[in-house]
Design a protein around this ligand. Sequence first.
Ligand code: SF4
Length: 721
Amino acid sequence: YARPSQQQVDSVCPYCGVGCQLTYHVSDGRIEHVEGKAGPANEERLCVKGRFGFDYAHSPDRLTMPLIRREGVAKDPVAVVHRLTPEQVRAQFREASWDEALDAAAAGFRRILASTSARGKQSPVAGFGSAKGTNEEAYLFQKLIRSAFGTHNVDHCTRLCHASSVAALMEGLGSGVVSNPLRDVAKAEIVIVIGANPAQNHPVGASWIKNAIRQGTKLVLADPRRTELARHAWRYLGFRSGTDVALLNAMLHTIIAEGLANTAYIDAHTTDFELLKAHVADFSPEAMAPVCGIDADTIREVARAYATSRASMILWGMGVSQHTHGTDNARSLIALAMVTGQIGRPGTGLHPLRGQNNVQGASDAGLIPMVLPDYHRVSEPDARHKAEALWGLPPGSLGEEPGLTVVEIINAAHDGQIRAMLIQGENPAMSDPDATHAREALARLDHLVVQDIFLTETASLADVILPATAWPEKTGSVTNTDRCVQLGRKAVPSPGESRADAWITEQLARRLGLPWRYDVAPDGSATAGAACGIGAVFEEMRQLMPSIAGLSWARLQREAAVIYPVADETDPGHPVVFTDGYPTPTGRARLVPAALRPPAEEPDADYPLVLITGRQLEHWHTGSMTRRSDVLGAIEPAPVVSLHPQTAERLGLGGGDAARVRSRRGQVALTVRLDEGTPANTAFIPFAYAEAAANLLTNPALDPFGKIAELKYCAVTVEPV
Ligand code: SF4
């Protein structure tokens, strides 16, 4: 229903990478309810988060004034809690005007930069931007860090998400994007979903997969956890956690040994096939079955089905990427598509399911330490010169050496190299591996400035806190997992003195001596034209991004959703890419053999269980938004550890019992949930709960290529409390 007094504003869901379009129904400046809109990714569908997860924007916890840490009040990394009481906030921070807070923020950075001549990777300053902001905000943030601080030490949560997938895709295909949109599952005969739980993490995407299955598509679900989609699967492969390469290389072995490889495609579009063939010769299904736990006949059956189908598609998630061998896992998936030619056509291809609503767009906009906007490597002189010219920087200002990545920045902060950070909308005190270490690192910074909508666990360790606008309070573009650029629109006013992140970034830039004149609106609104404000930022960004060359700010206002690449204003966009080769120097994809390597930390007598961390349907990432939503909080109010009933019984635990989970790095106390889908001797914990933060337990060991941490595998013990 819609009451006459209500306004209706079309926008995009702020949660996952599916990018569902929606309509806010607004009354008296508040979102009353939300309806699905007929966007390309959702056709009016919404999941429980998209439909009910909006009251966070009206939470009394919202930051409404800039805050400055009181003189002499120490930062306590041990006392980090989900919500500080108003008394605790007042004891640590005092309210300030915007001028005072921005001056203090800028002065802190200037002071630390003046204390050393170190720049580039050795710079004492770093920034974490956000995959929850808009493309324009991400673009401005990386531009600020690079221009004002002289370093590429700028990253965001992609490093904990698909960094290894992108490393493998860039290496193999010359591009990190998905080849086909998610809804192409309807055109596929076989869909492999591996290391992903879309029913919880991309729910509307999962609904398209179920629709396709009803129309005859066969689903192969490969995951150590028997998740909801297993009920719909033609074959469920419950392989041993961390043995992806064994399973995938055995499939490659079968395809090549049985003459099912697409030699015409291999000859026309790939290099190094002989190298791959020789490598996988040792990975027979019989040899790999005891390693991965899937019998040889099933491996062969699935490999044959994938190779010989009319159209086969692969979707994957964090179960593939969040390993110290995450890049190797992705290399094997890429090789599967290449040797069978299952790419470049509708219903085929490779689709790493993007997690955050704008992790694709933030990466595209250059919010990563090794590339400028549109993935031009910082080592490319032409790319640097073009950015320097556009940004008004003296030639040679941008360095050729990539900056530090997320976990490297935290380690450098712990070691004292990084002394100041600007963090926009990320919460590393909860999201980074080995959170005790991460919190110590943040507390050791001489100067930490945090922009956020809540006083998060990270903000509680800040020197200056700048209150930002929430997603429904601003206009800007976001890019979903399908490469679809969509327009989010401001629907409600922001509370108190909170300001748009882009405005904050511009104000900081001016105070740091940069002549920025976008004149971004402080309230998150945008003019229809591109002469100033967010539209002007978008138009500047477009000059560095050939992939969106044909997408003007005016076109985005008109169409609200355009899939890149778009060459010009008449180009409708290209949902399927790699139709005729690859953007590599040779025009061919490179096949890279993947080694079989163990996880960085195996279970032993002291820590005999494997811990897998992840998300759950109702709570998003570190919980700062969804745990302030009444409906979502009512469904999942408290932290749980999922255990197989037999594992729980062996440990002397039953459903609902209190348990303590310990690793070599920390411990948490939570409630046992019995789950037959969790493998034996394995524990699963969502990372949304500050009172039992899963990342107090996780291992910060990194994949050497993607620099992603092993959030999907570490050794723990579980015991009754
Ligand atoms: Fe939002 Fe993702 Fe749910 Fe769609 S599937 S409503 S984008 S959380």
